[in-house]
Design a protein around this ligand. Structure first.
Ligand SMILES: Nc1ncnc2c1ncn2[C@@H]1O[C@H](COP(=O)(O)OP(=O)(O)OP(=O)(O)O)[C@@H](O)[C@H]1O
Ligand SMILES: [Mg+2]
Length: 265
């Protein structure tokens, strides 16, 4: 893992009417790093990544991507900067075949503007086979795929697009055990390819195996940050329960809290 930040968000504030969803959040992702973004319902996780993907504009703060500063982004700009968001809400067009979904909005055409269907099918197949997702032909409409397979197609789309940062917001929430396992393997594949990811999940046992670092949000604030190597999943669970109850990290883990060290002292 390098020490170079692929994205950095500084002092992000986001309000929805009278609700303050984010209260001055600093967040970064390094090259070839998987960040586990965790925290209770309503902590602001989805809002933070939606800002990073340009779905919401922050009220305050700035976003730095590949050395460029932005007050806000748009999804189109985020794509161009190599960021892909895989939503809590699915984003595939389920009546369309797999290959079409992989190229949606970025179709390959010839000089006359005609779709190069065979080329797209071939590239889609190659990308899917990297994820061992070739059980279903690329012509299969997405609606006939299981939830895990659909998540795999979304990840495949990010791979074809060569995203540098893939954000997965609760990708395992509606999945079976086996499907969840596959999604976790896909995230490991991204990491092996030198990509970065942000993985949001309520399930510590899903996020723990794939993440290098955990960022814990609570009521719109980052309250803690830990390297995985310093914690067991049980430690992380204990910390999260303590934060939910008291708003703070138990005394015995405070030394390990990167956030307190770097930003609050
Ligand atoms: N579009 C919106 N309009 C109004 N309020 C919103 C909107 N999106 C989020 N909020 C509010 O902002 C806060 C943070 O919500 P957010 O969805 O970011 O939390 P979360 O950490 O992703 O929660 P969950 O784990 O339940 O997905 C909540 O109080 C939520 O009700
Ligand atoms: Mg959410």
């Amino acid at each position: 893992m390098s020490t170079k930040n692929i994205v950095e968000m500084r002092n992000i504030v986001k309000r929805f009417g009278s609700v303050v969803a984010l209260r001055g959040v600093d967040f970064y992702v390094r090259e070839n790093e998987v960040v586990g973004l965790v925290g209770d319902n309503g902590a602001g996780k989805s809002t933070l990544v939606k800002i990073l993907f340009g779905i919401h504009a922050p009220d305050e703060g700035e976003i730095i991507i590949k050395g460029m500063k932005f007050k806000k982004l748009t999804p189109k700009l985020a794509y161009e900067l190599g960021i892909v968001l895989i939503h809590q809400e699915r984003t595939l067009c389920t009546n369309h075949p797999i290959w079409r979904n992989i190229f949606m909005g970025r179709e390959i055409t010839n000089k006359l503007g005609f779709l190069r269907i065979d080329d797209m099918k071939k590239i889609a197949y190659e990308s899917l086979s990297q994820l061992e997702l070739t059980r279903m032909p690329v012509e299969t409409p997405v609606k006939y795929l299981s939830g895990g397979y659909q998540q795999g197609v979304q990840i495949s789309r990010a791979l074809v697009f060569e995203a540098d940062l893939v954000i997965l917001d609760e990708p395992t929430v509606a999945l079976s055990l086996a499907e969840t396992q596959r999604v976790l393997e896909y995230v490991n594949e991204l990491k092996k390819k030198g990509k970065s990811a942000v993985f949001i999940s309520h399930n510590i046992y899903h996020v723990y195996p794939v993440a290098d670092r955990f960022v814990i949000l609570d009521k719109g604030r980052v309250v803690a940050e830990f390297y995985k190597e310093n914690l067991t999943p049980e430690d992380l669970t204990e910390i999260m329960i303590s934060i939910a109850r008291t708003g703070s990290v138990p005394e015995k883990y405070k030394e390990l809290n990167l956030y307190r060290k770097s930003q609050l002292t």
